[in-house]
Design a protein. Structure first.
Length: 343
């Protein structure tokens, strides 16, 4: 069939195929456009009205073919004639329902116009306050009162403890009971600040033993100065042993505090102090091999030698320089403590 022949099956009585493809004699256009499918991103009749300019295709930049608005930004249909500023992805942002334009520098948000008709761009937001400053006035007053009460209580406590450990003075003489009621028993202190009478004596603990020899006789050893031995072990040692520093000294203090002046024990603590001191001296004698190769310690005797520390020459104070001795009675060593051991 020739291209200009009439189609007998056409509904209008056989219009030519070529005229139908070209729009016909009347020049009517194909409702789908230029004879092809709609471009990507377009739908037939989407927002188009008679006489409206054609919308750009998929390959055209945003706003192509639209008249520019304020600032050179395109005007989108349906936006009330306001220009729309593009956001970082390149697409225009529609204004809010109140029909306020989006202004560059406002973070992509719409802004309401000011009194002069120009949009007002908001400035940087003030930083939020934290801590006590963020509270309301009543709460701030309550926090300030609580801090004041804590500060006053801390100052009173420090003052009471200071008066408790300080030497006797006018305050402690007049208000000593109030100080004791505050300190005891929870805040009791066992030390003294600015001690008015520091220790001014050197006390040495010495011991001797009665030894049974292998031939059946008895002999008495000389005095072993145990305190001097501890002093030599401590002198020049950066990390001395706790036993060398305190064991013998604390044992003698315990004995003196739990016995009368005539060396009688005051209750069960006195008997315990006597046993503790005896075991220490027996162990020291065994360490020094005081009994000899075939001897056995039968009894021990302890004494203290107290020497006054001489005051400085400028003080004018005079103290005796002769040593004073306190000699304890002989103690029988039980069989479990023989040969320097405790069993």
């Amino acid at each position: 069939m020739d291209a200009y022949d009439e189609d007998p099956n056409a509904p209008d009585g056989g219009a030519p195929i070529g005229e139908a493809a070209a729009g016909g004699p009347s020049g009517a256009r194909d409702p789908l456009g230029a004879g092809g499918p709609p471009s990507a991103g377009e739908r037939p009749g989407d927002g188009e009205q008679s006489g409206a300019p054609p919308r750009p295709g998929a390959g055209d930049p945003p706003g192509a073919g639209d008249p520019p608005g304020q600032g050179g930004h395109p005007v989108e249909p349906g936006h009330g004639g306001h220009s729309v500023a593009p956001v970082p992805d390149g697409h225009p942002v529609a204004p809010d329902p109140d029909d306020h334009p989006v202004v560059p520098g406002s973070g992509g948000h719409s802004v309401a116009p000011g009194p002069d008709g120009r949009p007002v761009v908001p400035g940087p937001r003030a930083e939020a306050r934290g801590g006590v400053a963020a509270l309301s006035t009543p709460y701030r007053v309550g926090a300030a009162l609580a801090l004041a009460v804590v500060a006053v209580t801390a100052c009173v406590h420090l003052g009471m403890v200071f008066l408790h450990v300080a030497p006797s003075n006018t305050m402690t003489k007049q208000h000593g009971k109030a100080v004791d009621d505050w300190v005891y028993p929870e805040f009791e202190q066992n030390w003294k600040l600015f001690a008015p009478n520091p220790l001014q004596q050197n006390i040495a603990v010495q011991v001797r033993a009665e030894v049974a020899t292998g031939a059946g006789g008895l002999r008495t050893t000389g005095w072993y100065d145990l305190s001097a031995q501890d002093g030599r072990a401590i002198d020049g040692n950066p990390v001395p042993s706790h036993t060398e520093q305190n064991e013998l000294r604390r044992a003698w203090d315990f004995y003196g505090a739990s016995h009368t002046n005539d060396n009688r024990p005051a209750g069960l603590r006195g008997m315990l102090a006597e046993q503790y001191l005896r075991r220490i001296v027996v162990l020291r004698l065994g360490r020094d091999h005081a009994a000899g190769p075939d001897g056995v310690i039968q009894r021990v005797q302890v004494r203290s030698r107290t020497t006054n520390v001489q005051p400085p020459v400028w003080s004018g104070e005079k103290v005796p320089d002769a040593p004073a001795y306190r000699v304890l009675p002989w103690w029988t060593v039980p069989s479990g403590e023989l040969e320097g051991g405790v069993r």
